[in-house]
Design a protein around this ligand. Structure first.
Ligand code: OAD
Length: 257
């Protein structure tokens, strides 16, 4: 079992000495909030096929079906609240002089926890974009229940799409730029992702190449685990809590010296 006291202390020591911290999260960080993950036990991709629901081709074929799935997820997420992992990450975002959160999650729970400097790598389920010909990149927020999917573009009245990144679509240039800038850090901590979807899965390797100390938080061993400097095996909501306690006890010690 990883996530032992010794490994936790090593991670906390790195975090204590760091001034530039980047955290990268995936679906596992929202699991304790009740948001289903994509892979593994209870994962969405066990019951649904990504190529029928999360590609531009699927949307072109059947926008109503795709929207019904997104609207089902939106309603489910609307009933979820941030957990301890979101809270600790939000606290770090206020504490570190340079902090970035790069999240693959589209649920908005990091923002609801008050996290600063969030880079939404795969977009947001609460945003919509025009599918019908308005300039790309423009999005609008709409958290209301969608009465009759598919919704319409607020500008041209054409078809609107979810403001998320689908399989086969590129990451927006500004998002990629912000993510690359966040690779220049002292600690790069990845939590709750299976590490199989690229380019997100390549960020930790690149950060490590540039000199960051890389840490993984996950209850399972992933494909990426061997490539991290340190792997903490456990749930994000537990490990972030323990790290935060360790960090605050450490700072009390050093301030009393
Ligand atoms: P996955 O569902 O692939 O992986 C979730 C990971 O979270 C797994 O490695 C689990 O072991 C781990 N996990 C489960 N419970 C956890 C907990 N309590 N604490 C920490 N970790 C836990 O989710 P992602 O890696 O985020 O893309 O998926 C990547 C992308 O694939 C998503 O952004 C989405 C999906 O298809 C698009 O929609 C483009």
């Amino acid at each position: 079992m990883h996530g032992t006291e010794g490994e936790l202390s090593r991670a906390a020591e790195r975090l204590r000495r760091a001034s530039r911290v980047t955290v990268a999260t995936g679906a596992g960080v929202s699991a304790a909030s009740g948001v289903p993950t994509f892979r593994g036990a209870g994962g969405l991709w066990n019951d649904f096929r990504p190529e029928e629901l999360a590609t531009p081709e699927a949307f072109a074929r059947d926008p109503r079906l795709v929207w019904e799935w997104y609207e089902w997820r939106r309603r489910r997420i609307a009933g979820c609240a941030p957990n301890r992992a979101h809270e600790v990450i939000a606290a770090w975002s206020r504490r570190y002089p340079r902090f970035t959160l790069v999240t693959q999650n589209v649920d908005g729970l990091h923002e609801r926890a008050g996290t600063r400097n969030v880079v939404r790598f795969h977009g947001s389920i609460w945003e919509l974009a025009c599918w019908s010909g308005c300039p790309p990149g423009e999005r609008w927020r709409d958290e209301r229940e969608l009465p009759e999917p598919p919704p319409r573009c607020v500008r041209c009245g054409g078809l609107a799409r979810p403001g998320v990144v689908w399989f086969g679509e590129p990451i927006e240039a500004a998002v990629l730029r912000a993510s690359l800038a966040a690779l220049e850090c002292d600690v790069f901590l990845v939590a709750g992702t299976s590490g199989v979807v690229y380019p997100a899965a390549g960020l930790a390797d690149e950060a490590r190449r540039r000199g960051a100390f890389t840490i993984e938080v996950n209850p399972e061993v992933t494909e990426a685990t061997p490539r991290f400097d340190l792997a903490l095996q456990g749930r994000a909501e537990d490990l972030f809590d323990r790290l935060e306690k360790e960090l605050s006890s450490g700072s009390r010690l050093s301030s009393s010296q």
